[in-house]
Design a protein around this ligand. Structure first.
Ligand code: 5RP
Length: 235
């Protein structure tokens, strides 16, 4: 198993490499997380040193603050319906480039930003690659607080075990930037058909968004010890 520091190096390599896909004049969707932080840093360097002219739209307050720090001009997603490119991290990626996201509780906005982009690129270190989703990383689901008990019951009926995500260094639950709770759902019997699972979950009133990103990414940059590989969806 890799140490945290070597993961950090892989994330740095892949984040920097992703910034090479950004061209002058582009509108860029900017994801959330520690891998994306390196992407933002490198984009900031290109803006400053190469005069790269871009407009970013971020998926979280954390990423907005980093963009502010590195001098990346931003626009509000509310005013935006199309992006040239979006780049984001992932918690799990399968061979078809389906992914689980939401480790940073930002997956609802992340999915909106990914969906409005001509191209959505996942960036991750090799530890995020899995043969199938929902076997390792709990599936994050954003829920409206008033629906909590009902949504939990419906998730149990689907074979999942929901656990409300608690904050670190604050009492009580994580509150998403949309004012909602995050349920992290594990499955004792892993779902065979994640598309069906996603449809079933999306049909439950009170669920705002699942962390399943199915068929959205057409490319992934994966950081290995000695290289960064470009993966395309299998098949
Ligand atoms: C945030 C996310 C992140 O992109 C995901 O958790 C990966 O994060 P990291 O790059 O820190 O491993 O989905 O909601």
């Amino acid at each position: 198993m890799k140490s945290v520091s070597s993961n950090k190096e892989l994330k740095q390599k892949v984040g920097r490499r992703a910034a090479e896909f950004v061209k002058d004049g582009m509108k860029i969707g900017i994801g959330t997380g520690s891998t994306v932080a390196f992407f933002i840093e490198e984009l900031g360097r290109r803006v400053k040193e190469e005069g790269l002219s871009i407009q970013g739209v971020t998926t979280s307050l954390g990423s907005s603050l980093l963009c502010l720090k590195y001098g990346i001009p931003l626009m509000e997603s509310m005013h935006c319906s199309h992006l040239d490119l979006a780049v984001d991290g992932a918690d799990e990626i399968d061979p078809y480039l389906n992914a689980i996201k939401g480790g940073g509780a930002a997956h609802t906005i992340e999915k909106i930003i990914a969906s409005m982009a001509d191209e959505f690129i996942l960036i991750a270190d090799e530890t995020k690659l899995v043969p199938a989703l929902c076997r390792k990383f709990p599936l994050p689901i954003e829920v409206i607080p008033a629906s909590l008990s009902y949504v939990e019951k419906r998730i149990r009926e689907l074979g999942g075990t929901p656990e409300i995500r608690n904050a670190v260094r604050k009492d009580g639950p994580v509150i998403s930037e949309n004012g909602n709770f995050i349920l992290d759902v594990t499955f004792s019997t892993p779902p065979e058909d994640v598309e069906l699972l996603d449809r079933q979950l999306q049909n439950i009133p009170g669920i705002v968004e699942t962390g399943l990103f199915l068929g959205i990414a057409k490319k992934a940059l994966i950081g290995y010890e000695d290289s960064v590989e470009i993966l395309l969806p299998k098949g």
